[in-house]
Design a protein. Structure first.
Length: 192
């Protein structure tokens, strides 16, 4: 059974059509933030002001085709982008924007297609968030290892300890003070 998507995603709908807005909003029940903009210029301003997980663009827009907006958003943000274009221009639009990671759907679309496309993009955003968290944890661990290594080298040079003695000293200091090895290494470096 598929897992439900995270409802904490923020979504920007760019469309001059109230009917399109209604169709998209009906598939977005429960999402934390749904904003609408009528033109490419207003959408660009909104993208600069805040982060959106998913951007849905109903092409053409009153002030541009929508392709430029989609490609700008793909280049300048980490948002997942859905571009909805007329059926007669679908293949050309698809060729131009696919390499930018933009999902394209033609209109008129079968019932439920927009919902499935948005669910796919939200699932992608959830995976990206999970990977970013893992990368952040690994970066923190690497920084801790660098600090501990620096403290070991300092203890070896200044206190004439062996590497094993320095390692044990940092570990004991951390345990005695109830702190992490990284914090212990930082305090040791400050004292030496």
């Amino acid at each position: 059974m598929p897992k439900n998507i995270d409802i904490q995603h923020s979504i920007l709908i760019v469309s001059s059509s109230g009917q399109f807005d209604s169709i998209v909003k009906s598939s977005l029940k429960g999402f934390s933030t749904v904003e609408n903009r009528k033109t490419g210029a207003l959408a660009r301003r909104a993208i600069l002001e805040r982060y959106f997980d998913v951007i849905v663009i109903d092409s053409p827009l009153p002030d541009e085709t929508g392709e430029e907006l989609a490609m700008d958003a793909a280049e300048k943000s980490n948002a997942s982008i859905l571009l909805v274009c007329p059926r007669d221009s679908f293949e050309e639009v698809l060729d131009r924007v696919t390499d930018s990671g933009i999902l394209v759907v033609y209109k008129p679309f079968p019932r439920g297609r927009i919902d499935k496309a948005i669910r796919l993009l939200c699932a992608s955003q959830t995976r990206i968030r999970e990977l970013e968290m893992k990368i952040g944890a690994l970066e923190d661990k690497m920084e801790e290892l660098r600090i501990v290594s620096r403290a070991k080298i300092t203890l070896i040079e200044k206190k004439n300890m062996s590497e094993d003695e320095a390692h044990r000293f940092i570990g004991k200091f951390a345990m005695d003070n109830g702190i992490s090895r990284g914090r212990a290494a930082s305090l040791i470096l400050e004292d030496i």
